[in-house]
Design a protein around this ligand. Structure first.
Ligand SMILES: Nc1nc2c(ncn2[C@@H]2O[C@H](COP(=O)(O)OP(=O)(O)OP(=O)(O)O)[C@@H](O)[C@H]2O)c(=O)[nH]1
Ligand SMILES: C[S@@+](CC[C@H](N)C(=O)[O-])C[C@H]1O[C@@H](n2cnc3c(N)ncnc32)[C@H](O)[C@@H]1O
Ligand code: SF4
Ligand code: SF4
Length: 336
């Protein structure tokens, strides 16, 4: 680290950076994107060189965990060049973890190279194991391609964590089959509460919302759940199923707020720094990056200024009447 670390106004050290490298995706998950998304012109996106400067500046400020996301990060052209560049921070010991959240569609192609440059684990989003339902929820995706990608990641020695968004009336009936499949394959599994990101119609959101407190109660009918204090540095709380020893994570922004231990910020593919996933305030990092191509002091000042405004938490709320705290931007823009 070259500089004083980033500490926010609530004394939370910021050590986890999530960066969206593209708004594009080869899927159109119904809770994430509209079917006919308008994508940004290329010049709006940070170039791979700009992404390198930006991530390296954060590493210099004490970020130890870097998660690349999107859109679908593995559909960005030449993205492996960027990962290769970032691996120097693993080699130097400055970064503890370089990782990725992906829909898995391109993993068969990239998993060996990702493992070779020092990546240890990947998070793959998978909400159902039924091919027809997979095609329905992702609109454009094919389950067998993703399963092959996951298998390739495992073969390459990458640990896999499956992220499943809990969707009422959609994957409620697959709770145990997802758990059994992950248990059999040796994958970790985390359930996520659906968040009101992007304008998809309030009615759809309310229909989709399946509180993880209900999911847990359902789980408890078959398993004894013990809460653990394990953490992966992310927002999930982990429980152990006593009968199988399996670990299940819950990301519950709605039913159990985890903001008090927040350690992260995220940068969009256009270089906006969002200090909170659930708030609108942001700082433009692209302007200082482009205005000073060989001097990062303005960039670092902009980062520090933004962290000094990091809010305490989000305002998401699903009341019975409607959805509050809704964000106008899509999850694919912020990267989740
Ligand atoms: N509200 C909120 N949700 C988050 C936050 N970070 C992650 N999530 C949600 O959790 C989902 C899964 O996150 P991942 O990309 O797997 O990252 P992670 O949970 O930090 O991953 P681990 O390193 O495995 O703990 C995201 O897509 C978001 O939906 C956060 O800071 N706030
Ligand atoms: C936006 S995607 C980007 C990375 C990659 N394309 C993927 O799907 O893993 C990151 C994560 O956000 C989750 N996500 C998208 N929209 C969401 C929403 N409205 N609420 C909760 N999670 C959401 C996805 O399920 C995925 O796990
Ligand atoms: S959740 Fe991921 S895979 Fe699905 S549309 Fe959003 S960015 Fe694409
Ligand atoms: S909602 Fe905001 S404050 Fe809460 S954990 Fe996520 S980023 Fe941090």
């Amino acid at each position: 680290m070259t500089d004083a670390p980033l500490i926010d106004p609530f004394a939370r050290p910021i050590t986890y950076l999530r960066v969206s490298v593209t708004d594009r995706c080869d899927f159109r998950c119904t809770y994430c994107m509209a079917e006919h998304m308008q994508f940004l012109p290329k010049k709006e996106l940070l170039s791979l060189e700009e992404l390198d400067r930006l991530c390296s500046a954060f590493v210099g400020l004490g970020v130890q965990k870097l998660r690349i996301t999107g859109g679908e990060p593995l559909v960005r052209r030449d993205i492996m060049t960027f990962f290769q560049r970032m691996s120097r921070h693993l080699d130097s010991g400055a970064l503890r973890e370089l990782t990725l959240t992906t829909n898995g569609s391109q993993l068969a192609r990239f998993a060996p190279d990702l493992a070779a440059l020092g990546m240890k684990r990947v998070n793959v989003s998978l909400d159902t194991l039924v091919p027809e339902k997979f095609a329905e929820i992702t609109r454009w995706g094919r389950l067998d391609q993703v399963l092959e990608g996951i298998a390739a990641a495992k073969r390459a020695g990458l640990r896999v964590k499956i992220n499943a968004v809990a969707l009422k009336g959609f994957n409620e009936d697959e709770l145990f089959s997802l758990i059994d499949w992950c248990g059999g394959e040796g994958h970790d599994l985390t359930f996520i509460e659906v968040m009101p990101m992007g304008d998809m119609g309030e009615e759809l959101r309310l229909d989709q919302y399946w509180p993880l407190s209900e999911l847990r109660a359902r789980l408890a009918e078959r398993f004894t759940l013990t809460e653990t204090d394990e953490t992966t540095g992310g927002p999930a709380r982990y429980f152990r199923l006593e009968e199988t020893g399996q670990r299940i994570g819950f990301i519950t922004p709605l039913t159990h707020n985890f903001c008090e231990s927040c350690n992260r910020v995220r940068v969009t593919c256009t270089g906006e720094l969002f200090m909170c996933l659930g708030q609108e305030d942001n700082a433009d990092l692209r302007a200082p990056l482009r205005a000073h191509p060989s001097d990062d002091s303005a960039l670092i000042a902009a980062i520090r200024g933004a962290i000094s405004r990091k809010p305490k938490g989000h305002d998401f709320d699903y009341s019975r009447q409607g959805v509050a705290g809704q964000m106008s931007r899509h999850m694919s823009h912020t990267g989740g």
